[in-house]
Design a protein around this ligand. Structure first.
Ligand code: ZN
Length: 181
């Protein structure tokens, strides 16, 4: 089990574009280890998603998962564990005013910010066995996929804040009566 260091906002690697992964690459020992280490790291940090650039690897790989109740997101729905390779997202609607989430990020520890995103997306990706998926996703999972896939293009949720006044330390925004996901 290896816990990797999660890069924090300000590290220039988080702002770079990650590169596509090839089918040959996913068969390698190194790649399989990367995936295992990413899951170990996500579980250790109580994340519900992690993108490879967050651990300093500029590859288009994202993992998602919250199969148990997560202390950082106690009210969020469960998400089954998934590995997304070379994901592509197409948004199918505009963000709706008032339908945002208080997002957090392991690269922006201790903070939350309110972001409104499209609630319906088309998601295409390969899994770790190179099976191709093409699906429509709605609601909270659609938000998580967008947040994680943004990392692959060097975008952080703070770039998409609805209002900088709706951004702060988790304890502060929570004690001010917000029910966070
Ligand atoms: Zn993040």
């Amino acid at each position: 089990m290896s816990i990797l260091k999660v890069l924090r906002m300000g590290d220039p690697i988080l702002r770079k574009r990650s590169l596509e992964v090839s089918e040959d690459e996913i068969r390698t020992k190194e790649f399989k280890k990367l995936i295992r280490d990413m899951f170990d790291t996500m579980h250790h940090e109580n994340g519900i998603g992690l993108a490879a650039p967050q651990v300093g690897v500029l590859k288009r790989v994202v993992i998602i998962g919250a199969e148990e109740e997560n202390p950082r997101y106690p009210n969020a729905p469960r998400l089954r564990e998934q590995i997304l390779i070379n994901p592509i997202i197409q948004t199918l609607e505009e963000p709706k005013v008032g339908q945002g989430y208080w997002e957090g990020c392991l690269s922006v520890p201790g903070m939350r910010g309110y972001v409104e995103r499209p609630q319906k997306i088309k998601l295409q990706y390969f899994d770790e066995k190179w099976n191709f998926y093409d699906m429509i996703v709605e609601g909270f999972p659609a938000v998580v996929y967008q947040h994680e896939c943004d990392h692959l293009d060097g975008i952080l949720y703070v770039d998409k804040l609805k209002d900088t006044k709706l951004f702060g330390f988790t304890e502060e925004v929570t004690t001010n009566g917000k029910d966070l996901d």
